[in-house]
Design a protein around this ligand. Structure first.
Ligand code: ADP
Ligand code: MG
Length: 276
């Protein structure tokens, strides 16, 4: 299927075929005996952007929490850069839906705290410059001194993205990061995320329940079957050239084919009462 990719200079110039994240025969049984995942296999290359969809409760967070190190697989192997994942680390930063910022610190201080904990030996001036650079990257220079309760949901999520990227992770993990945002803010953030990713090219693993978001952002879309014992049902290659232009994609008949294919997977082949 790779041969159907259109020529994409950005990809040919910058992506690699070196595995970044390897998930091998992974199963997850929670301590209460519930088998969430069974025999999941996925290799994500360095600099690749992967989105994961599946019905609510199928095990998407369980899977990515094993990459971030919050969960340990019951069997199988999860490796990042060839090293077995044993615990969370600054090479894998996570952005959640519900912001997880400290409300009593400013945007600047929230990002600084993370930078300082990962690079304690760097001079303060350098750490402050890193924070400023990353807040600017997400368009938040003006709001640097505001605290989370004083800013919108979209701005809070921008702070979280700045904080995650300021650590220079190899893998950025996003668990439904835009799920709580209104449609316009969500589209703005999707575009910003792509722009930043295009400049930095870390590996991205992102969970979403929005098929349009999944198709707009990713190189490959991973579709999961329903739990218990969920696994990867199918992976779709997304051929749109980069940098991506939403209007052009929406005019492309291929887009509707892929969209219908994914919808058919979710609502016919793996239908579920609990609509994601
Ligand atoms: P998703 O992110 O796809 O919505 P999750 O990965 O959060 O799904 O959960 C997958 C399944 O595992 C669900 O049925 C959920 O109830 C179950 N589960 C999640 N965490 C635990 C836990 N700590 N103990 C037992 N079951 C859990
Ligand atoms: Mg989840």
């Amino acid at each position: 299927m790779t041969s159907t990719y259109r020529i994409d200079k950005t990809r040919t110039n910058r992506s690699t075929s070196k595995p970044s994240v390897t998930i091998e025969n992974v199963s997850m049984v929670y301590p209460n005996g519930f088998k969430a995942l069974e025999n999941v296999n996925l290799t994500v290359n360095e600099g690749e952007f992967i989105t994961v969809i599946g019905h609510s409760g199928c095990g998407k967070s369980t899977l990515l929490n094993m990459v971030s190190g919050f969960n340990r697989a019951s069997s199988g192997a999860v490796r990042v850069n060839g090293k077995s994942v044993k615990k969370p680390g600054p090479d894998r930063m996570v952005v959640f839906q519900n912001y997880s910022l400290l409300p009593w610190l400013t945007a600047f201080e929230n990002v600084y705290l993370a930078v300082d904990s990962v690079f304690p030996k760097k001079p303060v001036a350098e750490k402050r410059a890193i924070v400023r650079e990353h807040l600017a990257m997400v368009g938040l220079s003006e709001a640097a001194d505001k605290k989370p309760p004083q800013i919108s949901g979209g701005m809070k999520q921008r702070v979280c993205i700045a904080r995650a990227l300021a650590i220079r992770p190899e893998v950025l993990i996003l668990d439904e990061p835009f799920g709580a945002l209104d449609a316009i803010t969500k589209e703005e953030l999707q575009e910003e995320l792509l722009k930043i990713w295009n400049e930095n090219r870390c590996t991205v693993l992102m969970i979403t329940h929005d098929i349009d978001e999944a198709l707009f952002l990713a190189d490959r879309l991973v579709m999961m079957t329903n739990g218990p014992a969920a696994t990867i049902g199918e992976i779709i290659n997304i051929p749109f050239e980069r940098p991506r232009d939403r209007d052009r994609i929406l005019e492309d008949p291929e887009y509707y084919k892929l969209r219908n294919y994914a919808l058919d997977f979710l609502y016919n082949r793996f239908a579920h009462d609990d609509v994601a």
